[in-house]
Design a binder for this molecule. Structure first.
Ligand code: FE2
Ligand code: FE2
Length: 308
């Protein structure tokens, strides 16, 4: 059977902050976040780099794109309208699947002025019996998109957090639903790809930045399996493998897709997955493509293969 190709990018942190955005939507955490952006982050996150990464993905023409959160910085209304325009020029909502990150719910705000602008990128195409929605994220999670023999499952860990915290939470409803979906989709022969912003296993992030119910998610993954789990948040290249009752679960994280230079994190990159069924197993070829700050080109940097 032919391979399915998938691009994975994350943590665009699109700038600049629209002028006056914070004054118009006052919240202490957002004001401090905006101050931090103007002081430091705008120097390391570049929208030109994000656009170079997007252009490289468009040129590769994968079957689908997974975007795992933190598209904005302080969740100001104008950031979401700008992000929606940026995404629209990147590609069609049926081609790009988005799950929100902690920066996308940086402070408590309503759906209409926030994530509703990205709603088309978070809509599933099959009915999920047990789903969660709320005033900030009104579209149901988990959502599922079926593409040929691949099922893309988006979950949301984005919940507003107190100052200096960047933790995430799935909650009992999403965990229960995910468990059912992983079982059902496995029996129906799909390669199951879970998209989540926070690293999904315990110990992969500092406690103040971690997924609070990572131990429960690990139990679900161990019991039901999954072919790939794709995440962002740490702004690092990451690969972890979890044994499950149904084969190895490969957990991959990518750097921020807009990072131009930093002493602490790798430059912008994206992962290209080629997924195919072979001899009763799912095989995934992973190619990593990174931004080169000298030539300002996105180039192939490494390659490896994973088997379920
Ligand atoms: Fe991030
Ligand atoms: Fe994050």
């Amino acid at each position: 059977m032919s391979e399915f190709t998938l691009a994975h990018l994350s943590d665009l942190h699109l700038g600049p902050l629209p002028a006056g955005a914070v004054r118009r939507n006052f919240a202490l955490k957002r004001t401090i976040g905006a101050f931090n952006w103007r002081l430091n982050r705008h120097r390391v996150h570049s929208t030109a780099v994000a656009s170079a990464i997007a252009a490289d993905i468009v040129a590769a023409a994968p079957d689908h794109v997974a975007l795992t959160g933190d598209i904005v910085n302080v969740a100001a209304h104008d950031e979401f309208t700008a992000a929606a325009l940026w995404l629209k020029s990147f590609g069609d909502p049926s081609w790009i699947s988005f799950v929100p990150g902690n920066h996308d719910t940086y402070v408590r705000m309503d759906w209409q002025h926030g994530l509703s602008h990205l709603a088309d990128y978070m809509l599933g195409d099959m009915k999920v019996a047990l789903a969660q929605s709320g005033p900030q994220i009104a579209t149901p999670f988990p959502y599922v998109r079926l593409r040929r023999n691949v099922a893309l499952i988006g979950v949301s860990t984005a919940v507003p957090q107190p100052l200096h915290r960047a933790a995430g939470l799935l909650g009992a409803t999403q965990l229960e639903s995910l468990s059912f979906l992983l079982s059902d989709l496995r029996e129906r022969g799909y390669a199951r790809i879970v998209m989540i912003h926070h690293p999904p296993l315990p110990g992969l992030a500092k406690p103040r930045k971690a997924l609070i119910d990572a131990p429960q998610l690990r139990e679900v993954l161990e019991a039901q399996g999954a072919e790939l789990v794709l995440h962002g948040h740490n702004h690092e290249h990451m690969l972890n493998t979890l044994p499950s009752r149904f084969g190895a679960v490969h957990v991959l994280g990518v750097p921020s897709a807009s990072l131009i230079e930093s002493q602490h994190h790798p430059v912008a990159a994206w992962n290209h997955y080629r997924i195919q069924r072979q001899g009763g197993k799912w095989l995934t070829e992973v190619s990593v493509r990174s931004f080169d700050p000298v030539s300002r080109q996105v180039r192939h940097s490494t390659q490896f293969a994973l088997s379920s």
